[in-house]
Design a protein around this ligand. Sequence first.
Ligand code: FAD
Length: 411
Amino acid sequence: MMENQYDVVVIGAGPAGAVASTRLIQDGFSVLVLEKMEFPRFVIGESLLPKCMDYLEKLELLAAVEDKRFQVKTGVTFYHDEEVCEFSFSERYTEGWDYTYQVKRADFDHALILEAQKKGVNVSFNSEVTDVKTSAEEQVVSYLDSTGTEHKIHARFVVDASGYGRVLPRMFNLEKPAVSIPRGSIFTHVKDSKRTEKASDNIFVHAFRENTAWVWSIPFSDGTASVGVVGEVDFINECAEDDGVKFKELIREFPGLDGRFKDLEVMFEPKKILNYSISVEKMYGEGFVLCGNSTEFLDPVFSSGVTLAIASGYHAADLVCNQLKGQEVDWEREYVDFMKHGIEVFRSYVDGWYSGDLHTIFFTENGNPEFKKQICSVLAGYVWDKTNPFVKRHATVLPTLAKVISMATKT
Ligand SMILES: Cc1cc2nc3c(=O)[nH]c(=O)nc-3n(C[C@H](O)[C@H](O)[C@H](O)COP(=O)(O)OP(=O)(O)OC[C@H]3O[C@@H](n4cnc5c(N)ncnc54)[C@H](O)[C@@H]3O)c2cc1C
């Protein structure tokens, strides 16, 4: 095979790209990952879901992750004013992993792509994809290396895993605005020396501003934590003014954080990201498929991004393998329907969070323990288990249950 010819080019070396390329190499295809940055690099999205462990295990990527001794995550706690609702992944409905990790993505993503490289994936860092021509016969991918020299690669298939870069959606005009209210986020990493037992090592999500905003804290295993705020764009812009003065004050003073970050010591100045929710007109075409954040990103409240990126990278690559082996692939049914189902389940929960229905359900004393287990499965990422009524009837079950609880508490 010529040096500039591969079976598959994968754009982006984040979790979606690392997983897709590892799946392709498993079936003996030659793969080149083109990544515009040098790794390790920062990206937000640090709290994983247990479901992603299935894929990492299947692809023999898990040992490389375990070696990093990341912070174990066994659940998630939601707060609203004085109310608390804790989910422990061990008390869930669906079979499978009951823990996962909280990770600095620079380290996690680097570990995954290095492991993919060890398995035979070719990776070119500092290689920014600038043009892609697709057709039924051949795909031609152009990229610039760090010296600004252009290269052309010929491939049988292209997987776009470029995340926030959204290379093919932009190039092929596939972007579609998200339907949700435009939100943004501001975040940093901080010293977490006052972590208490009560605070625990798990992710905390605290709602405030009449449920239009929330604060997260995600402890890491090295004694630091990620802290951030999500809210409507105007509020995030306000928090970000003057090097994030208001954001820092909020993290110092936020009642739910019990003074844990009172002597705030930041690892880097706060970063802001706005209007990240986005969708696409289509997820595949002749000679290409989109996965991870280059397809759709909803909202970070349930930490679904990396798990959906990993799931989509795995399933997209699985189908590329079939197609390259000459099998008929029904992309609409086998890929789009599958991914859309997972995304839509999370969408119902995100909508339920901001509408207040989930608050009614989460913060009601003596809720039904069976329902709690079923909801816990969704929060652990088991969104394809249709035996779970909270998956199967995701669009109606939350508003209905919230209404029943509200009526019962009024009487
Ligand atoms: C505020 C906020 C909080 C979040 N919190 C969480 C969380 O707690 N848990 C969670 O699971 N998710 C979270 N997410 C979502 C998470 O950030 C993404 O879902 C995840 O990073 C997607 O992975 P990916 O592999 O698709 O893309 P990425 O991780 O973005 O990787 C894409 C790669 O493509 C490369 N690339 C881009 N353009 C080009 C180009 N032209 N040529 C070559 N390479 C290119 C980039 O450099 C990058 O390395 C959060 C998101 C936001 C906005």
